[in-house]
Design a protein around this ligand. Structure first.
Ligand code: MRU
Length: 370
């Protein structure tokens, strides 16, 4: 994706130093564009936990590179795998909801166990991380292709008038490596000349919509409007939303969907107003081991300061200001679960399916892999 006409992905190896991973530090967007060097597994763990980067697919790919850095740090001999296993557990503990994290870390660990040779382990770890990155890009690209007909059909039904799409949080290329999940069909539709406009939920408390989705869409020239989180229901009641399109951090085999806190309320409003509610996801976000999202998906709880303080730019620097009485407690659930019956369809790299076990198995078959 482009930033000021220059092509960027959200993560890459430093050009002149293959022991350093570079990311865009998303805490400073949209006001400052800062590239951060990550040169140790601890730095990667901190960057994921403190949300220098975020979004389920990107967390997975970054953790894969973190495992590669762990291999570079690991001691010679029989303690190598122990060191890397500890690093794997540490990485997995940073953010519990997005399943892509454990999915990627486990694949890296399995890969390095296939050889006893230290140099070979390091080489395989890097190869695997690069492979996961490449696959993530390809899956997001395919999600765009698969989701495009949905927007095209809505456009045809409206005789080419603007299609208004509401999205929540940031499920764009900044949350992935490129293209995004929910944004991928939107970018494609816009590039094909279909008129789209995006309602961007601000997404309290960290404002990923207001800061990141608005920034991405603006860079791509897509008409959009930032709205407070509580406006969506009103817009839907007045026919101003043609489709809701969001991402997900973990989808169960029965189609329950965990996504950024507040997604469930949009799904309820969509149901009440007959607005189609679609969820876009790569297959790496499906947790085939669980069925009931409400009971089985771990919901991350973050610090109360993210609710009590709000950050923004003032006179060229980012400032935090206190929003609440300093003594009032706050609670910060980072995700909620939208039950499958509220989801119109899942847009995956393999096609669009019902949010159900039958729907997912039809696309991915019994081996459950793409
Ligand atoms: O807490 P975040 O910013 O990591 O949450 C991200 C989301 O909820 C996204 O919607 C989700 O990861 C889908 S990303 C393509």
């Amino acid at each position: 994706m482009k930033i000021n006409q220059q092509h960027f992905q959200s993560i890459w190896l430093k050009e002149d130093d293959p022991t350093c991973v570079q990311i865009i530090d998303q805490r400073h967007l949209p006001h400052q564009f800062i590239i951060e060097d990550l040169s140790s597994v601890e730095a990667v763990a901190q960057a994921i936990k403190e949300m220098h980067l975020r979004g389920a697919p990107l967390i997975g790919v970054t953790a894969a590179y973190g495992m590669y850095l762990a291999c570079l740090e690991a001691p010679q001999g029989f303690l190598f795998d122990d060191y890397v296993e500890k690093a794997a557990n540490h990485l997995k503990s940073t953010r519990p909801t997005a399943v892509n994290l454990a999915w990627a870390v486990d694949q890296l660990f399995e890969t390095i166990k296939t050889t006893e040779n230290r140099q070979e382990k390091i080489k395989l770890a890097l190869q695997k991380a690069e492979q996961l990155k490449k696959e993530s890009i390809e899956r997001c690209f395919q999600i765009g292709q698969q989701g495009l007909p949905l927007i095209k059909n809505l456009s045809a039904q409206k005789n080419g008038e603007v299609i208004n799409i509401l999205t929540h949080c940031n499920a764009g290329w900044l949350a992935c490596v490129d293209y995004g999940t929910a944004t991928s069909p939107i970018y494609l539709a816009h590039d094909r000349g279909i008129k789209v406009h995006v309602w961007v939920d601000e997404t309290r408390p960290r404002n990923q919509g207001a800061r990141l989705t608005a920034y991405e869409l603006g860079q791509h020239g897509i008409p959009h409007t930032v709205i407070p989180d509580n406006v969506g229901g009103h817009l839907m009641q007045h026919g101003m939303v043609d489709m809701v399109l969001v991402g997900t951090d973990r989808t169960t085999r029965k189609g329950d969907v965990a996504n950024k806190i507040g997604t469930y309320l949009k799904a309820l409003a969509a149901k009440d107003n007959n607005v189609p509610f679609y969820v876009a996801l790569p297959s790496s976000t499906i947790d085939w081991s669980i069925e009931d999202g409400l009971k089985e998906i771990p919901i991350e709880k973050r610090g109360e300061s993210e609710v009590k303080y709000i950050a923004g730019q003032h006179q060229n620097s980012i400032k935090q200001v206190l929003l609440t009485p300093s003594t009032s407690p706050a609670v910060n659930y980072a995700f909620d679960v939208t039950p499958a019956h509220l989801v119109t369809g899942l847009i995956t790299e393999k096609g669009v399916c019902a949010a159900s076990e039958e729907g997912l198995l039809e696309l991915f078959g019994q081996n459950q892999q793409s």
